[in-house]
Design a protein around this ligand. Sequence first.
Ligand code: GDP
Length: 408
Amino acid sequence: MEFVLIAIAILLVGLVLGVSLLVGRGRRTTRLDDDAAAGTTLTRPRPPTPTTEAPPRPSGATASGMGTTAEPDAVSPEAPPEVELPPAAPEPGLVFETPPPSAGRLVRLRSRLARSQSNLGRGLLTVLARERLTEDDWEEVEETLLAADVGVAATQQIVDRLRTQSMVLATASGQELRQLLVRELTAVLGPDLDRSLGVDRHDGRPGIVLVVGVNGAGKTTTVGKIARVLVGDGKSVVLGAADTFRAAAADQLETWGERVGVLTVRGREGADPASVAFDAARTGTEGEVDTVVIDTAGRLHTKGGLMDELGKIKRVVEKVAPVTEVLLVLDATTGQNGVVQARVFTEAVTVTGVVLTKLDGTAKGGIVVSVQRELGIPVKLVGLGEGADDLAPFEPEAFAEALVGPAD
Ligand code: GDP
């Protein structure tokens, strides 16, 4: 009988211990999940850490990625970690990078326009260098310009102007021909358009930049690159990950920000983009930064839906500070098709500048001319590669020089 009683007592104690252990585990998981799901979260870039020293290992579990240390009492030492521990050695990128300033970037990246240069610049120079230009030659000039997506009107303008200078062309040296072509191309690139970016503080509030465009155009990448341009120019920046429909977009942006010590405000997947944009604007205002750059969703849904969404984002953000720049990101490799898509955005929101990406991947560099003419909006930045600093302010003359190529 005594044995039976002792056995029952042991069983009971065992049961109680088992249940309490299970409850403990459940609570820990819930707490971490709750934290992750609690609306908009702020991603603070990790402080720079010297790469030579290993960072102290946290006593408890640490959420992977952003260094959010879980409360020490939430994890018992012997329990297996439920989230990934950061590596003992510092991850690369913990030391903030120092991007180059915006000035001179286009000149540095001009070789990326090689494909356009060999098609457009070389093509034109070869024809124009002929001794006497026939009608067939002029047709070839025209075809070369059209094939480079310069557009009909600008092509006509260039050909007409060149024809009036036939006498000059006949006797011009290679160097003079080159200069003449640079001058004519610069003229159709709108050298007098205002390409300054509205990124400065005013009335005690940050400049607010909205970045819009279709998925795949390079929008999120461009927001990251813009942050680097601004940091390179000595500005303080906050990023807003308002593309809450694409799960990877916020992570992508966060990584860009982290590399240069820029804060990213993000929401959980599917959160209201306007509320994330609002939080980003408020964070930037409270933090007294120079510029807040907000990435938006690029789904090409109905025009009405797009208008509603972008309109709401703008309205909500402007409760905090006026939007000072709306940049439309366009993929140069999509040519005229991209311009048609772009119209949907220009009708939904007042676009103040175009960012033309992937110019390194096309032989149709003339797209800059036609985009500007057709949309009536200046190209302000150009993407010239997948590298972090392959984004440059657009300068018509430097661009024309790059298209024509170096003097022999
Ligand atoms: P989103 O969907 O518009 O946000 O597009 P992403 O920012 O994710 O970019 C789509 C792809 O385009 C990525 O592989 C980028 O690296 C690439 N990309 C963006 N800009 C450029 C550029 O200027 N040149 C090249 N070659 N690739 C680019």
